[in-house]
Design a protein around this ligand. Structure first.
Ligand code: GL7
Length: 801
């Protein structure tokens, strides 16, 4: 949009005056952020309204992306960028004597997700708006986000994240669109005059679902879509006499906190309540909105696509069936045909423990009508498939089995499309995790490799790099990320590579300043910034990275005169509060950091910085400064990964196992520009099949590795007597579930190669450039375009290939 600096300043000062009844000099950065937020809302208001009007007038097919997590990050800068106002506002504020960086930093970063899954959902919202797709998000407005992580004596301590303390400028509470979600009670079938039966629910525990809408602003296209987050409240009719305190608390709890667990299913009734709550409210609001503009439900599948992001929203399937049958008088057959045409499902993990199941007794008690519907889906599935596939396969794959409701199976059976998030992952779904269902529905399975929002992760997070790219290839890449590949022409342009290095050093200095301020550690900007940022999980193998640090530490102690480039090992990782082993690894890293950082013999040659409270905003600071991207999960375990893509786009080289999307990154950038190592997924499965993995053999065969492992229990690293023993035993006594020892040698070999290659900065920056140039294929815009073409069947703006 068009806005002059003078107009902006006038608007801003007026907003400050209206909101705070005081002078600018008397306001805080937070006040200024809130005033700016209001202004941006005002500037974008007509776009947001007109987008909705246009969709209605054209009767565009709507996509609804259901996700129990969204990690949007701070929105001020990204909204300004997308509206084309970033420079005007920044300069205007500077002219008013204000600090734009401090104002943006005052915005709370909503932690409504755990990690990659939630961030992916947010990237896709941004891309849907930017491609002009009629895309809507549907999720939960958690009162408290993912916990705030602090370290005390090296241990993780979790504090509440009260992100709504000062309200949320971006949201609109739409109580006029609230609906009731019913739990419990009993159901009986009431005979109807036409001979049919109607399900009547009685004595239900009712919850009032109130939507809060947040605008998702498209890039330079006047489109603003809606992310709808639901909040659980007391029904308006309730008074003190009808609602006990216990019942009020039960309602309050539904949207109070995000489950702080990323790769485990929670055997908790509350989690099931959360899942049904936002699934039901979302589907009710979709059908109501659809009903305002259409006669009957015949057109439903042409006008609506519902996407199930991981199994958490799977209950949209039986909920859609319930609404179509109980409220719109459809037969089972009609309702089922519509439902399966509307629904599609993405699987995000092969970890068995993450495949959600609910005990039937619990499910039945909490959701009696939905249980009847799931049981009928199960019955019909068995009747239809047993003659073709036999009883055994059908028993293994039916929605109900072993006393459980099996959510992933229900999702596959009730959808027309099932996708994995990287080619290897999709293959493993077909061959292993969902092998039986792949027999039944081969045509449903497809791959959609993940992507990232280049706007946030390069244009905003790394402005110096974005500007440098513009200076070489112009700015079309900002809308067509694939244009980045034209940068390949400069891979041997020494001058350009120098400029690239200067950008990296500038970003490293910004991160170094933050590390100094938060951790008190001095780091050199000419050191290799070796970065691992992701949830703390045994399969992600932060432990392997730790072994490298111990190796480097011992090497300097042994040979103080040896010259290698200086290194800084940077970690960001939260552990699920109940994940004991992951917390022990946090303690180990912090203890090791203490030892290394304070050893005078080490000096500034080796530093370890575990930055607390990793999240989207810290990612924006760390990623542009990285030289090495650690993507070292046990092959087959990481479905895709997305930090690997963000780091690549910012010119970090990958030190990576052949897992998830690492494989595709290595292929895109070229093997010579990455550092691959380790067992392949096939080799890992080979060990499983033969059952002949012996971690101790690796320990016994390699004196260097043995020495490193022994430091866990011999007092070399002070303060970890219990954690060290626990980790040591996990490797040797319990045989190293994630093959850390098997991969040690090839990992270290690549680490040595990195140290060697880094010395030649021209060559190194050439590799960095190759990564940036190849990163366009991992843009979320392209990924979303593929979802639109193949799954949702909706039009989108054209993208260069
Ligand atoms: C994840 C996968 O672990 C991760 O590899 C993938 O990139 C991401 C998005 O597809 O989804 N699955 C999951 O449960 N979490 C993930 O990050 C939390």
């Amino acid at each position: 949009m068009k806005l002059t600096r003078a107009q902006f300043k006038e608007d801003f000062l007026a907003e400050i005056k209206t909101l705070y009844a005081t002078d600018l000099s008397d306001t805080s950065a937070l006040n200024q952020f809130i005033a700016l937020g209001h202004l941006v809302r005002r500037y974008d208001g007509s776009n947001w309204k007109q987008t909705g009007d246009r969709y209605r007038q054209h009767d565009d097919k709507q996509v609804y992306y259901f996700s129990i997590e969204f990690l949007p990050g701070r929105l001020l800068k990204s909204n300004l960028l997308n509206l084309g106002l970033l420079d005007t506002v920044r300069q205007g504020l500077t002219e008013l004597g204000l600090d734009f960086a401090a104002i943006s930093a005052a915005e709370p970063d909503p932690g409504l997700g755990n990690g990659g899954l939630g961030r992916l959902a947010a990237c896709y919202m941004d891309s849907m708006a930017s491609l002009g797709i009629a895309g809507n998000g549907n999720g939960i407005r958690y009162r408290y986000g993912l916990f705030k992580q602090v370290f005390m004596d090296g241990y993780q301590v979790e504090l509440p994240d009260d992100w709504l303390r000062n309200g949320n400028v971006w949201e609109i509470r739409r109580e006029n669109k609230a609906c009731l979600v019913r739990f419990g009670g009993n159901v009986w079938m009431q005979p109807q005059p036409d001979g049919s039966l109607k399900a009547i629910s009685e004595n239900t525990d009712d919850v009032w679902a109130v939507p809060y809408d947040v605008g998702m602003v498209g890039y330079h296209n006047d489109v603003t879509n809606t992310l709808r987050l639901w909040s659980a409240e007391l029904p308006p009719s309730a008074d003190n006499t009808t609602f006990s305190q216990a019942r009020r608390d039960r309602i309050d709890d539904i949207t109070k906190v995000l489950y702080p667990d990323d790769s485990n299913s929670e055997g908790q009734a509350l989690r099931l309540r959360q899942e049904y709550f936002f699934s039901s409210a979302g589907v009710q609001s979709i059908i109501r909105h659809f009903g305002l503009h259409h006669q009957g439900v015949k057109e439903l599948a042409n006008k609506i696509a519902i996407h199930i992001n991981d199994t958490h929203p799977t209950l949209v399937i039986p909920e859609m069936m319930r609404l179509l049958m109980d409220e719109h008088h459809c037969s089972w057959e009609v309702a089922w045909a519509l439902t399966t045409q509307v629904m599609s499902y993405t699987n995000h993990t092969i970890m068995q423990e993450a495949l959600e199941t609910w005990p039937i007794e619990m499910f039945k008690g909490l959701l009696p009508r939905l249980y009847q519907i799931v049981a009928e889906i199960d019955r019909r599935y068995r009747v239809a498939k047993t003659p073709i596939f036999g009883e055994e396969l059908v028993n293994r794959t039916a929605p109900l089995g072993n006393g459980q409701v099996r959510m992933a199976f229900l999702a596959v059976i009730g959808s027309h499309s099932v996708n994995g998030v990287a080619p290897l992952h999709t293959e493993l779904l077909k061959e292993d995790v969902l092998r039986d269902l792949y027999q039944v529905y081969p045509e449903r399975f497809n791959n959609k490799t993940n992507g990232i929002a280049t706007r946030r992760w390069v244009q905003l997070a790394n402005e110096p790099l974005a500007n440098l790219i513009d200076s070489k290839i112009g700015s079309t890449w900002r809308q067509q990320p694939n244009e980045l590949k034209t940068l390949t022409a400069y891979q041997h342009d020494a001058k350009f590579l120098k400029q690239l290095m200067a950008v990296k050093v500038q970003n490293k200095a910004a991160l170094a300043a933050y590390i100094k301020q938060t951790l008190g550690i001095d780091i050199r900007t000419d050191a290799i910034f070796d970065v691992q940022i992701k949830r703390l999980h045994a399969y992600k193998r932060q432990l392997l990275h730790v072994f490298e640090i111990i190796r480097e530490y011992l090497a300097i102690k042994d040979q103080p005169e040896a010259v290698e480039p200086a290194r800084v090992h940077i970690f960001g990782a939260k552990a699920a509060p109940s994940y004991h082993y992951a917390k022990s690894i946090i303690k180990l890293i912090n203890a090791l950091a203490d030892l290394v950082n304070h050893d005078p013999a080490i000096g500034d040659r080796l530093k370890v910085a575990f930055i607390p409270n990793y999240g989207v905003s810290l990612g924006e600071l760390i990623i542009p400064a990285a030289d090495v991207s650690e993507q070292i999960s046990t092959a087959s375990k990481e479905a895709s990964g997305t930090s690997n893509m963000k780091l690549m786009a910012n010119g970090a080289v990958s030190l990576a196992t052949l897992d998830g999307a690492n494989i595709d990154i290595i292929e895109a950038a070229g093997e010579a520009n990455e550092y691959a190592f380790g067992l392949t997924a096939k080799a890992v499965y080979g060990y499983y099949q033969r059952g002949d993995y012996q971690a101790a053999d690796f320990y016994n065969a390699d004196p260097e590795l043995k020495r490193i492992l022994d430091t866990l229990i011999d007092g070399t690293i002070p303060g970890i007597s219990t954690e060290g023993r626990e980790i040591y035993d996990s490797l040797l006594k319990y045989n190293d579930e994630f093959f850390v020892l098997a991969d040690y040698e090839s990992y270290v070999q690549q680490q040595r190669q990195i140290a060697h290659d880094y010395e030649d900065q021209t060559q190194w920056q050439g590799k960095a450039l190759a990564n940036i140039a190849a990163s366009g294929v991992f843009s979320a815009d392209l990924a979303v375009a593929r979802y639109s073409d193949d799954i949702w069947q909706v039009p989108h703006a054209k993208l260069g290939q």
